[in-house]
Design a protein around this ligand. Structure first.
Ligand code: ZN
Length: 223
């Protein structure tokens, strides 16, 4: 069988990325200037207080919006900040962050204008994305009454973004790692936030961790 002819990389893509490497060298210099032992500490290990689960959207840079430095937050991002119960990737991240890093807080951070949530509201075949986005449609179904009662399209979209964030918080609390750690240590605490691209502000959805835990334990308790 003939192998397909591979086209050469187009000239406009043959760049050196020197800008990025230059940025990196500047970053190293500024870190060293502020704290000569910065990289020594960084290489010694990590003890982040937070696990952040957010959307992959390029406009929502986790460390930057929280003003946290390298080493201060363990990060997982995926399309629409989902925590599907059978997703090995996010489940591994939660397990490692809770059982080994002993994070004190887990933040799920959604964001308004989320393309993933918008796609889930659109009746289109998205191929491999279908089962992923179906998780968001399940959130819609769980809150159908409330969402159908919202006339304004944008308001409905925004509310689904908030509810989807809260549902991810709930899914985190169904895990054995979180339940067992909380029984033993009274942490981690789970928080639901939403980032607003219009003004850059984080909104706390005031997710009631204690009350939710009670409801979760009734059905999902794992000893
Ligand atoms: Zn998004």
């Amino acid at each position: 069988m003939d192998s397909p002819t591979i086209q050469p990389i187009p000239r406009y893509l043959q760049q050196s990325h020197e800008r990025i490497f230059e940025n990196n060298r500047k970053w190293v210099a500024s870190k060293r200037e502020a704290d000569p032992a910065f990289f020594e500490k960084l290489s010694a290990g990590q003890t982040p207080e937070y696990l952040y689960i957010g959307c992959s959207d390029s406009r929502v840079p986790a460390n930057e919006i929280m003003g946290l430095d390298a080493g201060e937050v363990f990060v997982h991002r995926n399309i629409a900040n989902l925590v599907p119960n059978t997703d090995l990737n996010v489940m591994s991240v939660i397990n490692y962050a809770v059982r080994h890093l002993h994070v004190k807080h887990i933040v799920v951070c959604g964001h308004y204008n989320c393309g993933g949530v918008k796609a889930a509201l659109t009746p289109a075949d998205m191929g491999i994305l279908n089962p992923w986005l179906r998780n968001i449609r399940d959130v819609y179904r769980l809150h159908e009454k409330e969402l159908d009662g919202i006339e304004d399209k944008d308001a409905k979209y925004n509310r689904l973004i908030e509810l989807n964030t809260i549902e991810s918080c709930r899914n985190i609390m169904k895990t054995a790692a979180v339940q067992q750690s909380y029984q033993k240590n009274q942490y981690p605490i789970v928080h639901g936030w939403v980032f607003d691209l219009h003004d850059g502000l984080l909104k706390d959805l005031k997710f009631d961790f204690e009350e939710t835990l009670e409801g979760i334990m009734k059905i999902y308790q794992l000893e």
